[in-house]
Ligand binder design. Structure first.
Ligand code: BGP
Length: 465
C-alpha cells in the first residue's frame, strides 16, 4: 500500500521568466531579468528568456500535455510586470487574461494550480526606485498580491509568496551573479528584511480578503554536512545552517530572526533595520505551509582563507571551483559523492533528513516539495529522448520522501522541476530538467521524454511505480 496520503498531489513546476517568453508582448513591462540577461557576459552564452519556450502562446498545448500525463497540480509563477508594467498602478488586462485563461485550462483538466507570486522577475520600474532595498517595494508587492487574489483567488487555493530568498538575495546582493548584481552583505540583509515584510503584508492581505486557501513561502532546502569530524568543520556546517537555513525560515515560520545571529549582524553592520511594527507584523503573519526546493546537499569545511564564489555554469564537470566566505565556511567536493555535470551532489537521503530537520525545528507545518530534479544534457537516441538518469534521480528522491512520510512528516505534494525543458537562469537551455523536450532547432516543437511516461505511471499508481 502506498504511504502517500490520499490527497497527496503529484505535480510539476516552472517559473514565468523561464518558460513564458513574450517578454514585451501585449503591454508587459520589463523585469530586472529582461534587462540583466541582455548585459553581455552575465549568462551562459548570453542566453535570455525573450522567447524561452513560448509558453505564453502555447500554454493550451502545454496544459494538454499535463493532462495527458495525469498531472494533479501545476506550480507556476506570475510575472509581476505582466500584470503591473510599472510595478504598481495601471493594470495590464491582457496579462490578467493570460493567467486567467491558464487557470481555467488547468481547472478544466482537474489540475490544481499552485501560484508563486515572486519567482525573481521584479518589475524594472521598481528596481529603478531601489528594488528590495526600498521599503516601498514591499508595499508595491502587497498591491500586486491583492490584485492577484482579487482576480484569481476564487479559483486558486494554493499560493506561495516568494521563491528561494537565498538565491535571489544571495546572488543578487552578495555574489552579484543575479540582478541587481550588488556585492554587499549589509545591503543583502536589509533587502532580505523587506522581502520578509512583503511576505507578511501579503499574508495579512490574504487573510483580510478571506481567500479560501493556504499561503506559504518557498525556500531552498540544503543540508550541510561537515567534511570531517573536526570541531572547526562541524562549527562551519552549523554556521552554514544558521545563515542559509535558520535566517531564511525562522522569520516566515516563527515570526522572528535567530537571536544570536541577529545580534551579530546588527552589531557588525547595523542591519536589518526594523521599522515600528515590523516585529508584530512578522509574528502575526506566518505561513500556512512551507515549500521546500531540494536538489543537493553541500559538504562544508572551516574557511580562514578567502572569499571565492565560482560556480559551474557551463556543464563541464569539475569546472565549478570553490564557494566560500572567509572566516565563515567553504563548500567543497565530497570525495565520495556522485555529482551532476554542473557539480551538484546527488544525495537523496538529504531530502529525508532535510524534511525531518524542518519538522524538528518548526513542528508540524505542512510541507510541499515545490522543486526537485536533475539538470542534465539528455541523450537523444533515434529521435527519442532517453533520460534514464532523470528517472533514476526522481525515483530515489520519491523513495526518500516516502521515508520522511513514514517518519511522520506532513508532506502534501511533490513538484518535480520541471514540467517542460526551460531556461536555466545562468546556464542557458543546455541544462535540461523537463519531462517534455523542446526542440529549439525546430520551432520549439514539444516531445515527450521517456520520463514523461514513467511519471505518468508514478501518478497513476500513487507513487507505487
Ligand atoms: C531553483 C530555481 C528554479 C530553477 C532551479 C534549477 O533555484 O527556483 O527557478 O532554475 O533552481 O536551477 P538551475 O536552473 O540553476 O539549474
Amino acid at each position: 500500500m502506498s504511504v502517500f496520503p490520499k490527497h497527496f498531489l503529484w505535480g510539476a513546476a516552472t517559473a514565468a521568466y523561464q518558460v513564458e517568453g513574450a517578454h514585451d508582448a501585449d503591454g508587459k513591462g520589463p523585469s530586472i531579468w529582461d534587462r540583466f540577461s541582455h548585459i553581455p557576459g552575465m549568462t551562459y552564452q548570453n542566453t535570455n528568456g525573450d522567447v524561452a519556450v513560448d509558453h505564453y502562446h502555447r500554454f493550451r498545448e502545454d496544459v494538454a500535455l499535463m493532462a495527458e500525463m495525469g498531472l494533479q497540480s501545476y506550480r507556476f509563477s506570475i510575472s509581476w510586470p505582466r500584470l503591473l508594467p510599472n510595478g504598481r498602478g495601471n493594470v495590464n488586462e491582457a496579462g490578467v487574461k493570460f493567467y486567467s485563461d491558464l487557470i481555467d485550462a488547468l481547472l478544466a483538466h482537474n489540475i490544481v494550480p499552485m501560484i508563486t507570486l515572486y519567482h525573481w522577475d521584479l518589475p524594472q520600474a521598481l528596481q529603478d526606485e531601489g528594488g528590495w532595498e526600498a521599503r516601498s517595494t514591499a508595499d508595491a508587492f502587497e498591491e500586486y498580491a491583492r490584485l492577484c487574489y482579487a482576480r484569481f483567488g476564487s479559483r486558486v487555493k494554493l499560493w506561495a509568496t516568494f521563491n528561494e530568498t537565498i538565491v535571489f538575495i544571495g546572488h543578487g546582493y552578495i555574489t552579484g551573479s543575479h540582478p541587481p548584481s550588488v556585492k554587499d552583505p549589509a545591503r543583502a540583509i536589509q533587502a532580505c528584511h523587506h522581502v520578509f515584510i512583503a511576505h507578511a503584508l501579503a499574508v495579512k492581505a490574504f487573510r483580510e480578503m478571506a481567500i479560501d486557501g493556504d499561503i506559504g513561502f518557498v525556500n531552498v532546502l540544503q543540508p550541510h554536512t561537515p567534511l570531517t569530524d573536526k570541531k572547526e568543520d562541524r562549527a562551519a556546517a552549523a554556521l552554514a545552517d544558521a545563515i542559509h537555513t535558520h535566517w531564511l525560515y525562522d522569520p516566515v515560520l516563527l515570526g522572528t530572526y535567530p537571536a544570536e545571529l541577529l545580534a551579530q549582524t546588527q552589531a557588525l553592520w547595523g542591519v536589518p533595520r526594523f521599522a515600528p511594527g515590523d516585529d508584530a507584523l512578522l509574528r502575526q503573519n506566518r505561513c500556512d505551509f512551507i515549500g521546500l526546493n531540494y536538489y543537493r546537499r553541500e559538504t562544508v569545511v572551516a574557511n580562514e582563507e578567502a572569499t571565492r564564489q565560482q560556480s559551474n555554469n557551463s556543464g563541464e564537470p569539475g569546472s565549478g571551483g570553490e564557494f566560500g566566505f572567509k572566516g565563515l565556511f567553504k563548500f567543497v567536493r565530497n570525495p565520495d559523492g556522485v555529482y551532476t555535470d554542473w557539480d551538484w551532489e546527488i544525495w537523496p537521503q538529504g531530502l529525508t533528513d532535510g524534511i525531518m530537520m524542518i519538522k524538528e525545528r518548526y513542528g508540524d507545518i505542512p510541507v510541499y516539495i515545490t522543486e526537485n530534479g536533475l539538470g542534465a544534457k539528455d541523450p537523444i537516441i533515434n529521435g527519442d529522448i532517453i533520460d534514464d538518469p532523470r528517472i533514476e534521480y526522481l525515483r530515489m528522491h520519491i523513495n526518500a520522501l516516502e521515508k520522511a512520510i513514514d517518519l511522520g512528516a506532513d508532506v502534501r505534494g511533490y513538484y518535480p522541476w520541471s514540467f517542460i525543458d526551460l531556461l536555466s537562469w545562468l546556464n542557458g537551455y543546455k541544462k535540461q530538467y523537463g519531462f517534455v523536450y523542446v526542440d529549439h532547432s525546430q520551432d520549439l516543437v514539444r516531445k515527450r521524454k521517456k520520463s514523461f511516461f514513467w511519471y505518468q505511471n508514478v501518478i497513476a499508481s500513487h507513487g507505487e511505480e
